[in-house]
Design a binder for this molecule. Structure first.
Ligand code: V4E
Length: 210
């Protein structure tokens, strides 16, 4: 979650028991520990998420994630790239565009339904700057309240030109942490839907969103 308009390049991993020691040996510092509730919203026929557009309230703020290029998916191999918006007016504009409806003055005016809500406890680590890179890398260790844990290596970039090198850096860090997997690792949302919303989950699999 960041300033409006940046591209988040990230790779999820299964956090083994040694990962905190590994982070330590790479010089990572625990930046903060956060607890937050995310509630996700969609139309009754799931048109946002079927288009890989993810609208949520994190505590009291609206956030939107969607693929940088229209009509594509944010999933890229085992990594993902999403644009993130944090400004409600920008979010309302993008959501109305996706749904082909006039732009509402507030997101509260849209007839959206909550389809997922869970609390995450997050330990965020920051890695020291690496030679030849201007990107800051953060590693999140998340545990959700439905009994699921996942890690993420994440780099924020400003332009599409930086995405390729960011993908390489994220992969490199996963290797060093000993958590590199060839296939995508299921995240909190995918796991939540599989457990609680089997039909929605199936639709997203069939649409190749998950
Ligand atoms: C499911 C999903 C999205 C919503 C959740 O985004 P995510 O980054 O997984 O959540 P979180 O809590 O870590 O947010 P942060 O604090 O980092 O902003 S956005 C895109 N997807 C689809 C998706 C996918 N198809 N495959 C993988 C591996 N991840 C996400």
């Amino acid at each position: 979650t960041h300033s409006s308009g940046s591209i988040e390049v990230e790779r999820k991993f299964v956090p083994g028991p040694q990962v905190e020691d590994k982070l330590h040996s790479l010089g990572a510092k625990l930046q903060n520990e956060l607890t937050f509730r995310d509630s996700y919203y969609d139309t009754p026929d799931c048109r946002l998420t079927l288009g890989d557009v993810w609208l949520r309230r994190r505590e009291d703020s609206w956030e939107l994630k969607y693929p940088p290029q229209r009509g594509t998916r944010g999933l890229n191999g085992a990594s993902t790239q999403y644009l993130e918006l944090n400004c409600e007016r920008d979010i309302a504009h993008r959501v109305s565009e996706e749904l082909n409806i006039p732009c509402p003055h507030s997101l509260d005016l849209l007839e959206l339904q909550e389809f997922a809500s869970f609390v995450t406890k997050r330990r965020r680590f920051e890695l020291p700057p690496r030679n030849g890179s201007k990107h800051k890398v953060v590693v999140d260790l998340d545990t959700a309240d439905f009994g699921f844990s996942v890690g993420e290596v994440e780099v924020l970039v400003e332009t599409q030109e930086e995405v390729q090198s960011a993908l390489k850096e994220v992969e490199e860090i996963c290797k060093k942490l000993g958590v590199l997997s060839d296939s995508p690792v299921p995240g909190k949302m995918s796991t939540f839907l599989k457990i609680n919303r089997a039909d929605h989950y199936k639709q997203l699999l069939e649409a190749h969103v998950l």
